[in-house]
Design a protein around this ligand. Structure first.
Ligand code: UTP
Length: 299
């Protein structure tokens, strides 16, 4: 019988160089999408997908992530004194949502290395990995990682969450080489390989690996054998490539609007989209967008 996916790892120990100077003192994962830090969206997605235990991999300057998921005694007391009970409940809920643990990655030696730091947390169970850079909104539908867990339950194999991207951006991602689509579910593909950041000429497909993985503990042996790349990092994609030689690996084309919040333009768009959904900001922001669109149309 398949083991159930109950644990998730959120690697959040990267340097966030693309968002400097904001990330000099503030972790990239704490950058808010309107009023909520991006890492909270990720934790909520995991919880809505049935994950019961989360390990966040942090580095030494990321204590605000730990504080965000802890009780905040002073703030809570003040909110109670001021009878701001909705705000009190809202911030209590963040800390009570799920069992979250933290581990330190002492050096930023790459995503693969960050996952290696989680080996004792994982034990002998399959687990999900959610990257904080990739926020996926799927209102009214299944969260992205839940869709990947369902694909894992069908295949009992490693699953990589993918979506189609255009030719001009394939060079930013790990891109899969498709073997065959699953007969019973055309959104699940057996894969024969993956290439990290290929040129558009070299890309084996347009399906990019987008920050959602269901892995088995067998990945750890491969990660330990994986050599550091030219950037001095242990790449998860390289370990998965090695795994494919002796285990089936599948990709799941998940449904949802995905924002690459490691990119400044997608980050800005994610805030606009949230502002258009939020009852507090919807009207004013809509009016502003209409005004700006008209002005842009005149140019
Ligand atoms: P990225 O390479 O996108 O994030 O890693 P980064 O290194 O923080 O960003 P830039 O490129 O310098 O702007 C993808 C994910 O893996 C985590 C990051 O926190 C991010 O969520 N990561 C990366 C680690 O946890 N440890 C690492 O050593 C590297």
């Amino acid at each position: 019988m398949n083991k159930i996916v109950k644990k998730a790892i959120i690697p959040a120990a990267g340097l966030g160089t693309r968002f400097l100077p904001a990330t000099k003192a503030l972790p990239k994962e704490m950058l808010p999408i309107l009023d909520k830090p991006s890492i909270q969206f990720i934790v909520e997605e995991a919880v809505a997908s049935g994950i019961e235990e989360i390990l966040i991999v942090v580095s030494s300057n990321k204590n605000s992530i730990i504080d965000h998921f802890d009780y905040s005694f002073e703030l809570e007391e003040r909110l109670k004194q001021k009878k701001k009970m909705n705000e009190f409940k809202q911030i209590r809920k963040i800390a009570d949502m799920v069992n979250i643990q933290f581990v330190r990655q002492k050096e930023p030696l790459g995503l693969g290395h960050a996952i290696l730091c989680a080996q004792s947390f994982v034990g002998d169970e399959p687990f999900a990995v959610l990257l904080g850079d990739d926020i996926v909104m799927n209102e009214g539908g299944e969260p992205a990682v839940k869709q990947c867990i369902d694909a894992f339950n069908k295949t009992n194999s490693t699953v990589l969450g993918v979506q189609k991207v255009s030719d001009d951006v394939v060079h930013k991602y790990g891109v899969i080489d498709i073997d065959a689509k699953l007969q019973s579910d055309k959104s699940i593909f057996k894969i024969k390989g993956a290439v990290e950041k290929p040129s558009k000429e070299e890309a084996p497909s347009n399906y990019a690996i987008l920050g959602r993985y269901i892995l088995k503990p067998t990945i750890f042996a491969e990660l330990k054998k994986t050599k550091v790349d030219i950037r001095g990092e242990i790449e998860l994609t390289n370990a998965i490539m090695a795994l494919i030689k002796h285990e089936s690996v599948y990709a799941k084309e998940f449904i949802g609007r995905r924002y690459d919040i490691g990119s400044k333009s997608d980050y800005a768009i994610s805030i606009i989209d949230e502002a258009l959904k939020n009852p507090e900001t919807k009207e004013e922001v809509s009016k502003y967008i209409i005004k700006v669109s008209k002005e842009l149309g005149k140019k």
